[in-house]
Design a protein around this ligand. Structure first.
Ligand code: BGC
Length: 825
């Protein structure tokens, strides 16, 4: 077989250029003439969302292919189980292979900056180390069967509001230490074959056209050898994107061939600065070097994904993949409270309440949504076990409604009926959660509250029957203080098609729960570190909280800040005792060569076997650089039989002690004393063992204590009052954004910005027709209005029409006509 470099030599410039943009919605071009097959990609991270006709549509109805609906990433992460994540990746990879899919568009590893982010269900964690390690294991799995993983969304895509135009303003240290670190870890550990650049800007530059992100950091800094794809419709200036590190624009509904060909052939036209007094006009040229690099990367991807593999046959009907979906869900669901009611001896006579018990949400809405192959609700599973007459279901609420109106007869009747059922049964299980209108891709949640009608139902049920087990089925944290009076509580998240069975196993004790939270559940939204400035406005989002994201804030804040459920929290039916912490050296000389070994014994003090999670935190005890009080740096989940003890060994490499040093532009270690802690969660009171080590440093670091005050002592009330300190951290003044509603409009103006112009009104009407969404209260309507005009091309409108729309909105009709008549594209 000809080598890749030889194949590349045989390509014409046109052929090379064709590799730089998608063929239809889900395919990267190949060059069949010389035996380079196209690469078929597909969403997504929670199951295969196959689009049979290579067309662009979202939602689970869009796919005609049955596929396994795995638990959403937010839940799978709570397994803290790297082997299981690898098994998951492998099984999903086999399913992809059987459908002819070469690259799966996942995992999503954006750091959960705020629980309101509408898409958090698709992301693993608020912790970069955990996210990176889970992503690496998932990727190892898919790639072991020849299916590429595609890490997404690179980077700082921390919100859904205005996600296609918003500028994430984040300081360099936080960027590298929090938002890029998970990607870096995953790439170090297993080199995913693709990565997706996000929609948003970072410090003023679109991610897809950011040289510092894609070339300097990813490709030159981390030596990444895979393909960088754009998120779907994320390309603003194609030539600039490709020159600055983007490899493939996805999808591509306008033919880029002419544009890129011209750019590739042309010399740089330098502006006449000084002569005209105007800004120099730079025409970006696509260098040969970049074109050849892109060719090489795409060819490598095609080679990797089409390499022959001896694979076991994949058959949905044999139940193996479905059983894996059950296993992931039951290893991940989190038992947060149990007054001893669980496990139940049987579900016989159980009152099963809430629409979600019968009609569960398998996953979140949007591009990760799949129908599932053999979904089974909890109610169905109970009926299967004990017969229809022995479980008593009542719907309790209408999931699509938020408010509770006591004059609404329907709502009142639903509650009365459920309370009646609860009163007649010894035990109750009550399902509460969010609907697709409250939580989905494309918009952020407005509140962490559960719908009033559900909370009202809870109150009334518990009044009549205190033996209430509550299941919270959401994509992320909600305020659950009201549920303190429950007998038991389980966080099921969106659990995939195996969710009903997994819950049944946990409730009845067939499975001992072992999920631990991969994110903090705060008490209230206003206690989160980015409260008051998240998600920002259309123009920008200020990352004022710096490195204090998630638990890093709660543990470091003055007096430690109480939360509802801390990071790492999760109960079991078993009592584990962690004992005898041993660290291989008190003064390790070279962590790069010899990582620190951390050993601990776990004793299971009950008869029941179960999986315990060892969480190793590193806590700096001195130093000049501000750091979070403690961070997770190693973890391992191990099964311990009843009344047994096991020894567990983990490793801490140099990475565990590093912080990002902006002066040298690299990760360095500050020397000094560190505590190595074993915790049952990240909070002080749950640290059960601790030892001390002294680590050699790379250099002396100055203290910035007097300048960056709040970052040395995170305030209890968050960061929203400290703009001046934030600007010092940032190193520049936060730019004053222009009012996006005012002229002149550009292709990056949103539909909302021009909605009051005549062309804007036509566009809104057209968008309503296409999406079928007319109700302004529907959050998807908000999401549609927040779409930039450049993205209308995703709906089959040409580039020049998009430009003409902008001209019309600017009142420049003649220019619009000129563009329509003479512009290419
Ligand atoms: C999402 C990506 C997804 C792509 C294709 C985009 O809107 O942000 O995560 O892979 O669509 O569905």
């Amino acid at each position: 077989m000809a080598k890749r470099s030889e194949k590349a030599k045989r390509l014409t410039l046109s052929e090379k250029i064709r590799l730089m943009y998608g063929e239809k919605a889900w395919t990267i071009h190949g060059v069949p003439r010389i035996g380079i097959p196209p690469v078929r990609v597909s969403d997504g991270p929670s199951g295969l969302r196959y689009m049979p006709n290579d067309v662009m549509e979202v939602g689970s109805d869009a796919t005609t292919k049955d596929s396994i609906a795995y638990p959403c990433s937010a839940l799978a992460a709570c397994s803290f189980d790297l082997d299981l994540m690898e098994e998951y990746g492998r099984m999903l990879g086999l399913e992809c292979k059987s459908a002819g899919v070469d690259v799966v568009l996942g995992p999503g590893i954006n750091i959960k900056r705020n629980p309101l982010c509408g898409r958090n269900f698709e992301y693993y964690s608020e912790d970069p180390y955990l996210s990176g390690m889970l992503a690496a294991s998932f990727t190892k799995g898919t790639q072991s069967v020849g299916v590429g993983a595609c890490l997404k969304h690179f980077a700082c895509n921390s919100q859904e509001s205005y996600r296609m135009v918003n500028n994430s303003i984040v300081d360099e240290r936080t960027l590298h230490e929090i938002y890029l670190r998970a990607f870096q870890i995953a790439i170090d550990e297993c080199s995913p074959w693709a990565i997706m650049a996000s929609y948003n800007k970072i410090n003023g530059t679109y991610a897809c056209e950011s040289k510092s992100l894609l070339l300097d950091t990813l490709k030159n800094g981390w030596h990444y050898s895979g393909v960088v794809l754009s998120d779907w419709g994320a390309v603003n200036d194609p030539i600039l994107c490709h020159e600055n590190g983007l490899d493939v624009e996805m999808p591509c509904f306008v033919n880029r061939q002419g544009l890129l060909f011209l750019a590739a052939d042309r010399r740089v036209i330098v502006g006449k600065e000084g002569k005209t007094g105007k800004e120099p006009k730079t025409v970006h040229r696509l260098s040969k070097k970049r074109i050849n690099d892109i060719t090489d990367r795409v060819l490598r991807l095609s080679e990797r994904t089409h390499a022959p593999h001896k694979l076991p046959a994949f058959d949905l009907n044999d139940g193996k993949a479905h059983q894996l979906a059950v296993k992931i869900a039951e290893s991940s669901m989190i038992l947060t409270k149990n007054n001893g009611i669980l496990p139940l001896e049987s579900v016989k006579g159980l009152a099963v309440l809430g629409e979600l018990a019968a009609n569960p949400r398998l996953g979140g809405g949007g591009s990760s949504q799949v129908k599932g192959f053999a979904p089974k609700s909890f109610l169905q599973r109970c009926i299967e076990a004990v017969g229809e007459g022995n479980v008593h279901y009542s719907r309790g609420y209408d999931l699509a409604t938020r408010e509770f109106d006591s004059d609404d007869e329907n709502a009142a009747e639903l509650i009365v009926d459920a309370v009646d059922v609860a009163t007649r049964c010894p035990n109750v299980i009550l399902f509460l959660g969010t609907s697709p209108e409250q939580e989905s891709e494309g918009f952020d949640r407005l509140s962490l509250r559960l719908p009033d009608n559900q909370v009202e139902l809870y109150r009334r049920v518990v009044e009549r029957n205190p033996n209430a087990i509550v299941v919270i089925a959401t994509g992320g944290p909600v305020e659950v203080a009201f549920a303190e009076t429950s007998a038991a509580e389980i966080l099921s998240y969106f659990p995939g098609e195996g969710g009903g069975e997994a819950l049944y196993n946990i409730i009845t004790g067939a499975t001992n729960p072992s999920g631990h939270l991969a994110e903090t559940w705060p008490k209230r939204n206003y206690e989160t570190p980015s409260f008051g400035f998240y998600p920002g406005d259309q123009a920008q989002s200020l990352y004022r909280e710096g490195i204090y994201v998630g638990y890093r804030y709660y543990v470091s804040a003055e007096e430690e800040k109480a939360v509802r459920f801390p990071f790492g929290y999760g109960l079991s039916y078993t009592q584990f005792a962690f004992e005898n912490l041993r660290v291989s050296s008190k003064k390790p000389a070279n962590l790069e060569e010899t990582p620190l070994k951390v050993k601990v014994s776990i004793k299971n003090n009950t008869k029941v076997g179960g999986a315990a999670l060892v969480q190793v935190y590193v806590r700096p005890l001195e130093g000049n650089v501000f750091k979070a009080k403690r961070t997770l740096q190693a973890f391992k989940k191990v099964y311990v039989d009843g009344n047994r003890r096991v020894e567990v060994e983990l490793e801490l490499s140099r990475r565990a002690f590093e912080h990002y040093d902006t002066e040298s532009g690299s990760f360095l270690v500050e020397g000094g004393k560190y505590a190595i802690e074993i915790g049952q969660t990240c909070m002080d009171k749950d640290i059960v063992l601790s030892g001390e080590v002294e680590i050699p440093g790379d250099k002396e670091f100055p203290s910035l204590r007097t300048e960056l005050t709040v970052y040395y002592k995170p305030p209890k009330d968050g960061f929203w009052l400290y703009d001046d300190v934030y600007e010092k951290l940032l190193g520049y003044k936060v730019p004053f954004p222009d009012d996006p509603r005012a002229r002149p409009y550009t292709l990056n103006s949103t539909i909302e910005n021009i909605r009051n112009t005549w062309i804007g009104r036509i566009l809104v009407r057209r968008a309503q027709e296409v999406t079928g969404i007319e109700d302004e209260k529907n959050p998807l309507y908000r999401s549609m209005l927040q779409t930039p005009i450049r993205n209308v091309v995703m709906n089959g409108i040409s580039d020049k029409v998009a430009q003409a729309i902008v001209d019309c909105a600017n009142g420049r009709l003649i220019l619009a006509l000129w563009h329509l008549m003479f512009r290419k594209g």
